[in-house]
Design a protein around this ligand. Structure first.
Ligand code: TZP
Ligand code: MG
Length: 205
């Protein structure tokens, strides 16, 4: 897969009424190079409509587009890939459905899961939640930056740190060995989405 540094996940509950596509375009203009549509609440038809609009946006800006959970929607809009959790369709089956060329990312919370993801053919793994987060229901306890160190030492596929990452604590995440970071609230909930992304890009350099 094309490498990335700054990964933004949608979270419309943080938009304060702003339009999904406008917010995500600001994020892209600020330097986000991969976007994930994550919508746990809407009906399939509405997820599809958002995915179609985000596919168009990400094509226009040459940004990678990932869909969370909905493999059918990902295929229908020709997204670049999907992101699954530990309790979703297992990697082997997800690969059968997606085919060899699409990206499959998977969330991991401990080194055993990271090893299994690598062995199972994932293209990248999510590593987290690093810090406390209010953006995910049923979230496991923070894994801390220690888990980043373990993954950085052992896992060879790309990994992205996630969970409670903010401008004020991202230094700890990078110091532990992460080179890619992923956020919901700090990006899409920012008063200045583009400016916030530009600051992250500056720090990630
Ligand atoms: N997976 C692990 S933590 C998390 C997800 C989807 C939520 C991240 O959101 P935030 O607002 O960046 O803490
Ligand atoms: Mg899932």
């Amino acid at each position: 897969m094309k490498d990335f540094k700054l990964y933004a996940i949608t979270g419309e509950e943080f938009h304060q009424g702003r339009d999904l596509i406008e917010v995500m375009e600001e994020a892209i203009l600020g330097g986000v190079d991969i976007i994930q549509l994550r919508d746990k609440k809407s009906k399939k038809i509405d997820v599809l409509k958002k995915a179609q609009a985000l596919r168009e946006l990400t094509k226009k800006h040459d940004v990678t587009f990932i869909v969370n959970d909905h493999i059918d929607v990902a295929l229908a809009v020709d997204a670049d890939g999907i992101h699954v959790g530990q309790d979703d369709l297992p990697l082997t089956e997800a690969r059968k459905v997606m085919g060899p060329d699409k990206i499959i990312g998977i969330s991991t919370h401990k080194i055993e899961e990271a090893r299994a993801a690598e062995a199972g053919g994932a293209d990248y793994i999510g590593v987290g939640p690093i810090f406390e987060t209010k953006s995910k229901e049923d979230v496991v306890d923070p894994v801390t930056t220690q888990y980043i160190q373990q993954v950085a030492n052992e896992i060879t596929i790309p990994f992205v740190a996630i969970g409670g990452i903010k401008l004020h604590n991202v230094d700890q995440v990078l110091a532990a060995g992460a080179t890619r970071v992923c956020m919901i609230s700090e990006i899409v909930g920012a008063d200045d989405v583009k400016g916030t992304c530009e600051k992250f890009i500056e720090i990630l350099k």
